[in-house]
Design a binder for this molecule. Sequence first.
Ligand SMILES: *Cc1c(COP(=O)(O)O)cnc(C)c1O
Length: 375
Amino acid sequence: MKSFYPDQRLLMGPGPSDVHPRIREAMARPTLGHLDPDFQVLMEEIKGGLKALFQTANRMTYPVSAPGSAGMETCFVNLVEEGDKVIVVKNGVFGERMRQNVLRAGGEPVMVEFEWGTAPDLNVVDDALKANPDVKILAFVHAETSTGVRADAEGLCALARQHDCLTIVDAVTSLAGIPVKVDEWGIDAIYSGSQKCLSCTPGLSPVSFSEAALEKIRSRKSMVRSWFLDLTLVMDYWESEGGRSYHHTAPVNALYGLHESLVMLFEEGLEAAFERHRMAHDMLVAGLADMGLEMFVEESVRLPQLNAVAIPSGVDEAAVRSRMLNDHGIEIGAGLGPLAGKIWRIGLMGNSARPASVERCLKGLSASLAAGHNS
Ligand SMILES: *Cc1c(COP(=O)(O)O)cnc(C)c1O
């Protein structure tokens, strides 16, 4: 075996996003023990940073030691008990995964589905809540990465409260790219990922739980069906009250990376970061329009950080993506499920949301399309 030296790519797909050199440098620093007093200081800073990012005072805010999918599973496996009815809003890939999570936690999913590429209609969700008065939880995806659609998280959470439901919100792609206001919107359980708009390496999932969510967990009649993700056990490690104890060996160097990405985010300022994503998106949309390419999603519900581009007829979309990667060193994403072959997904997440990256992407795409016409 030999050491592995990957090429430097520009990551502009649905994640992971471009990792800033400062974050990679932070991750290369000396490994400390996971209970080292200095490391515990870092843990507290990460929790504080995540609270600011989630805009919450929730005490139970920390990064799960695994990717976004584990954050998703942490929310469902802790909150859903045998027989619990959960309304799952589905308008893409990740709503379906939520359904799978409800089933595996022993719950009963009630699906409210919308066409891929459209946003959840609040009236339809309201009707479902009225038709199912025994529903305990409303689950939805804030930023659907498979389509580039933003859901009205504030509106959906308000509906859930009117019906005495808790909320589980997927903010994997939204966090750090557009505002996520956990306390103001009344979100009860939320999970995100390190590798999208936080621009860190993959493998960590920031989560946060409200007091109402913790109350539901405390009053469970049955054990949480996962030992590793059981919140009450994990908290023996992430909570300092009464002293920390070993639960699992935290991914120490990965957490240096997350810490650095939070440092960078607050140096820039949250609002400035949102604005940067928006400007990169506007620049991309304008450049695509100049090339005669159209966006797949209606303007009012588009995510700046995930851009679904309609593939023109007659274009070999896979060939374009492979030319982007091999000739230009740029990764963009393919469509999934019913959108396979219909859209490309261009991510402007975190460090990828910069004018220079947008320019490179537009040039690469233009050349890759032209090469197809010539061959
Ligand atoms: C990427 C993503 C996930 C899963 O995150 P992983 O880190 O890949 O496990 C979940 N939900 C959404 C909306 C995502 O974009």
